[in-house]
Design a protein around this ligand. Structure first.
Ligand SMILES: [Ca+2]
Length: 126
């Protein structure tokens, strides 16, 4: 196989992985989204917790990470607290695909969701 055809084949195979359909125009690129249990928020992460007082496990995102639908992680409408150690401003949204009411999560802030925020987040990005 000639080199150009190998590259073409590799591009066809890899581009959908690198740029999932619908995500190419979005500023969120590399996802290193993790889940964690209990209160153990990974370093340098925005952590979204299942329960108030930063407990119950949850999800961790880093700079440039985004989740367009928290249901993909069985975390839709579940966030009850957050702690932003990511080093960047993040945002969460009441609807999937970064739609609906949004809230900024400033750098180095921790917050228990208010009653109107509790269990409403459906997407997030940093
Ligand atoms: Ca929601």
């Amino acid at each position: 196989m000639r080199v150009p055809s190998v590259l073409a084949a590799l591009s066809a195979a890899l581009l959908p992985v690198v740029f999932p359909q619908g995500a190419a125009a979005d500023p969120v690129g590399i996802n290193r989204v993790q889940t964690f249990s209990g209160t153990v928020c990974p370093a340098h992460s925005l952590c979204l917790y299942n329960d108030i007082n930063f407990s119950g496990g949850g999800m961790a995102l880093q700079l440039h990470d985004g989740v367009q639908n928290l249901d993909d992680y069985q975390f839709n409408d579940r966030m009850s607290a957050w702690a932003n150690g990511s080093g960047t401003i993040c945002y969460w949204y009441g609807d999937a695909y970064w739609q609906g009411p949004s809230r900024q999560i400033p750098v180095h802030t921790v917050h228990n969701a208010t009653w109107w925020e509790n269990d409403t987040a459906s997407s997030v990005r940093c």
